[in-house]
Design a protein around this ligand. Structure first.
Ligand SMILES: [Zn+2]
Ligand SMILES: [Zn+2]
Length: 249
């Protein structure tokens, strides 16, 4: 399995996952032409994409969906999210119920979705399992992580998770109060500590790869996000670079 995080953050999110000759995208939140360019940079032709899976219909996750029409790629999203997704041809739309499992190809066996908590209609995260021995969990915008999500992500070998903000930096920011309240709510975004807590319940020190994504430019710092996660995992006896590998994207 090859994972390429083509874009991360409130400016746009797009992840490609490849195995054998199969490529899927999770989110397409940068302009179509940028996705095409970044795919080519990592050695993937856009016409190789077998499916696009959408976490939720905010612009930083769906901006580049016109890519689907151009290359005739089916787009999967929670049923409610289609209320906010426009411009994808009818015959390419696929509805996901909670805990749906999609078999994309013989190379990428299963993509399964799990519910997340965000100010959208039907937001979700995804797990991608390849040949039973690799499991990637993708958990982007969510205000909190509950036991169902932890169960869905259990035994992951690779985890892409948002570490959005430091609550003190949000409070001190010049964002309007309504925006601060939204970010910090349980249908907003994960703080570094929430992400660290979730990871400390998921990581078993088996060399898991962790990618911290969707950091807020104004309310977070890569060093702070990483230090918070490392401190939480050190309490379990796990050291970055030895028991697991964590980086900020
Ligand atoms: Zn969002
Ligand atoms: Zn987002």
């Amino acid at each position: 399995m090859k994972i390429d995080i083509l874009a991360s953050g409130s400016g746009g999110n797009c992840i490609s996952v490849s195995s054998g000759s199969t490529v899927i995208l999770v989110d397409a939140g940068i302009a179509k032409t940028k996705i095409e360019k970044r795919l080519l940079e990592v050695g993937i032709r856009p016409d190789e994409i077998a499916a696009i899976f959408v976490t939720h219909a905010h612009a930083d996750h769906i901006k580049g969906l016109p890519l689907a029409n151009k290359y005739r790629i089916p787009v999967y999203a929670g049923e409610g999210e289609w209320r906010e997704i426009h411009g994808v041809d009818d015959e390419l739309r696929r509805n996901l119920e909670h805990n749906d499992c999609v078999t994309v190809s013989l190379d990428i066996l299963f993509v399964e979705n799990f519910r997340t908590y965000h100010d959208a209609f039907d937001p979700c995260g995804y797990t991608v399992e390849v040949n039973g021995d690799m499991k990637l969990s993708i958990c982007l915008d969510t205000g909190h992580v509950d036991s169902d999500m932890l169960e869905a992500m259990a035994d992951s070998t690779h985890i892409i998770i948002e570490a959005n903000h430091d609550p003190d930096l949000v409070e001190a920011s010049d964002y309007p109060d309504s925006v601060k309240t939204r970010i910090l709510s349980d249908i907003g975004h994960l703080s570094n500590q929430q992400t660290a807590d979730a990871l400390s319940r998921l990581i078993r020190g088996r060399g898991e790869r962790i990618y911290l994504t969707h950091l807020s430019k104004s309310n977070n710092m890569p060093e702070l996000a990483l230090a918070t996660v490392e401190a939480a995992l050190r309490r379990k006896g796990f050291v970055n670079g030895k028991h697991y590998f964590c980086e900020v994207v």
